[in-house]
Design a protein around this ligand. Structure first.
Ligand SMILES: [Zn+2]
Length: 141
């Protein structure tokens, strides 16, 4: 996966976030480029309806044999709830824009990094942050 691909998919996650005028959008992509996307719907669906949780609910549409081949892109670093859901979903790669520390400037956050949770998982998960970070931070303003 090169940096252009990462930026392309984070841009798609940004478009998802803008659909519901929240800072939070997420995309899951399979190796062929098939993808599903979602945004944060907490105002309608309750406090657990983060973008990553919502997109994981759509994951079965991708029909992959091994979810470790999937990459989840998120405008903001997955919170501990979402990162745990990503582990339970078996997703192999996570790429995000703004960090939990960035997001904490605009609201409450649990200060546990996605990498900390990834290290506790029973399979390897690659986590990379800071892709289109400034564009993602701008979604908060
Ligand atoms: Zn979350």
């Amino acid at each position: 996966m090169n940096s252009k691909d990462r930026e392309y998919w984070i841009q798609k996650a940004i478009e998802q976030a803008k659909l519901n005028e929240t800072p939070f959008g997420a995309i899951i992509v399979d190796p062929e480029g098939r993808h599903v996307g979602a945004y944060n719907t907490t105002s309608k669906d309750g406090p657990a309806a983060h973008a990553e949780i919502n997109v994981i609910q759509l994951m079965s549409q991708l029909d992959v044999e091994d979810p470790r081949a999937l990459t989840l892109y998120s405008t903001v670093e997955p919170c501990p709830m979402c990162m745990s859901a990503i582990v339970w979903a078996g997703i192999g790669q996570v790429v995000f824009g703004a960090s939990i520390d960035d997001a904490a400037n605009f609201g409450k956050q649990l200060h546990i990094s996605s990498k900390q949770i990834a290290e506790l998982a029973w399979y390897p998960i690659q986590v990379e942050g800071g892709v289109l970070k400034d564009e993602c931070k701008r979604l908060f303003t």
